[in-house]
Design a protein around this ligand. Sequence first.
Ligand code: SF4
Ligand code: SF4
Length: 316
Amino acid sequence: MQQVILGRTGISVSRLVYGTLPMGPLQAALSPEEGGRLIRHALEQGITMLDTAELYGSYPHIRAGVEGYRGQLTIVSKTHAPDAATARSHVERGLRELGRERIDIVHCHAARVADPFVDRSEVIEALLKMRDEGKIGHVGLSTHYISAVRKAARHPEIEVVHPLINRTGMGIIDGTAEEMSAAISDCAASGTGIYAMKALAGGNLISSARESIGYVLGLPGVHAVALGMLSTEEIEANVRLFSTGGIDPDVWQQLESRTRHLRIMERFCKGCGQCVPACVNGALSLVNDKATVDEGVCVLCGYCGAACPEFIIRVV
Ligand code: SF4
Ligand code: SF4
């Protein structure tokens, strides 16, 4: 597996980063043992960076996967805290649940915050303080905004940016895929480490996974790409794709034709209804102020995912 230096952090990481959101309770709800086995398999295949977040519920899976592991490892987490005290408690919990003395990178998880340098300034300050205390290695920013990527390039204290990018631009809040990729390129040129998220748009681009991953891997300035993976076959196929560009057509055909469902993370649904008119098939409605899908009508086109401001609709 090819290693790259993640900007001015100086950390060497695998180009394929293991995203642990899908294995956690918000999506596939694997047990910590099942998730841990997949994580360990990935580490043994040469993946060296694991991506998680306070919200993902995957700390137990990671802890199980890295237990006794002595190889190269970088763990990244994120805090969605609105204030400094909550940010500190999130990091402390991460340290406790992961069983570590330091988390290598912690992002201000500001996916849908237009200007985290204004709206989450005290969170960023708290993270920098914890970096100085040795509890965090480097401070980063995860975002769906092009403007935030551009602003991060002018903030050298933010050493890593985790931006949303995919070939359709699905989920980018303030512009197109081309505009986000230009911002990423400029941000990386300033010395910031970049690893991309949502190359498959939360599962919506799974039927063109190889093409979609290739698009993001080929963008200037993208050092690495985080992907959620739920089987050893998927891990091995992606490791091979990232390492050599090689594919086993039978395996990929199977991966790209998996049975899929529309998943709405009900817990985070605000009941705003913006997804309902986005579905031209009439598959969505609000029931008790929560979006609900009629699976008999849904054609899994994924258009509703782009309309949801909370980004909580996925094809999985
Ligand atoms: S995936 Fe397509 S068909 Fe299904 S609910 Fe969303 S917009 Fe409608
Ligand atoms: S757009 Fe998102 S938050 Fe709004 S009702 Fe639909 S699923 Fe819920």
